[in-house]
Design a protein around this ligand. Sequence first.
Ligand code: PSU
Ligand code: MN
Length: 301
Amino acid sequence: MNEYLDIHPDVAAALAAGKPVVALESTIISHGMPWPQNAETAKKVEQIIRDNGAVPATIAIIDGRLKAGLSNNEIDTLAKAGLSVTKCSRRDLPYVVAKKQHGATTVAATMIIAAMAGIKVFATGGIGGVHRGAQQTFDISADLQELAKTNVAVVCAGAKSILDLALTREYLETQGVPVLGYKTDTLPAFYTRESDQTVDYNMTSAEEIAHFIKAKWAMQLHGGAIIANPIPEEFAMDKATIDAAINQALLEMEEQGVAGKESTPFLLARVAQLTGGDSLASNIQLVFNNARLAAEIASAL
Ligand code: PSU
Ligand code: MN
């Protein structure tokens, strides 16, 4: 076991017994949602995973320790601190560990810590990707590179169209990252069930997905897989409404010169403000939906 890693006793027991475990990220708590909905959602997601027969492992850095599994108090600490917690992707981990700080892990950093702990399935809302205008800015989330090399399957609701979905698909193809649709042929766009992009394969059950992942890793084809799970119809948003908010947020980002690791949190917060409570309600529901599917996949695996 890694000397910097603490595995929560419940998670360690499940792993030792070969029981299903689902990892959860923490940037969605600190940077993806406002207090107190962030803490309520994080705890409810854990409960949904338990109700579906798996053990949740929310991942973060607490006082410089990599954590696979948090207490409710630790969730509250990150949720209250919000944007003041360091958003940690791959490059940030050593700094926060060496300085013994708290850190909220992105999809990339969560995959790294999950893999260290031996957790194979991870549920989140949306992944990072190739940003619009990346031809000029080179803004490509480190999440994609992590998916190319770290063996963790990521269940998400696709990617938000704050990103360039077509370029994101191309990048994933080049890096050999499979994109599996759960009962869908098109890549979901987070708030909406569809986009103009396709998935690689339409999978209709958790067992089918588990067989795919098992075969991939048994052949030493390193890297993750994306399982794209569309938001339930009743919680999906109107496409024109969400597109307008995203375009407005992108415009403001450019005007204000927001760049680098601040881009994604800025866009997420601004889109949430511009759409009122609607987008937050959708966001919460799609995370619950992904948690259920991830628990089923972890059980099947
Ligand atoms: N997309 C969302 N919600 C999120 C994120 C992305 O819809 O909370 C977070 C995730 O933690 C993701 C990170 O890994 O943003 C990507 O940030 P960046 O683009 O800076 O790599
Ligand atoms: Mn970026």
